[in-house]
Design a protein around this ligand. Structure first.
Ligand SMILES: [Zn+2]
Length: 88
């Protein structure tokens, strides 16, 4: 018998450890808001390199942020209420 069972390796949970998806996206959101912390960026970029889901999330978030700065993000609900009921 051996102890070599198939399990996910954990590189260790430290301050310099890899970020998970939630942490990654939180940092990306902060970055889009203008918060640039080089120490965090390195870890976030490392996560992005191996996580297509977060890379895609960043694309969407960046697009929304860009539009928001242009004032085009969320179109205000217009007054397009058409009361087509009792017309006669
Ligand atoms: Zn991720």
């Amino acid at each position: 018998m051996g102890m070599d069972g198939g399990g996910p390796r954990r590189p260790g949970t430290g301050a310099a450890g890899p970020v998970d998806c939630a942490g990654c996206r939180a940092e990306l959101s902060a970055r889009l808001d203008g918060a640039d912390d080089p120490r965090v960026l390195a870890r976030v970029d490392a996560h992005l390199a191996g996580c297509p889901a977060c890379a895609r999330w960043l694309d969407d978030a960046a697009a929304v942020t860009r539009l928001a700065r242009l004032g085009l993000a969320v179109p205000a609900p217009g007054s397009n209420w058409v009361s087509s009921a009792a017309a006669r």
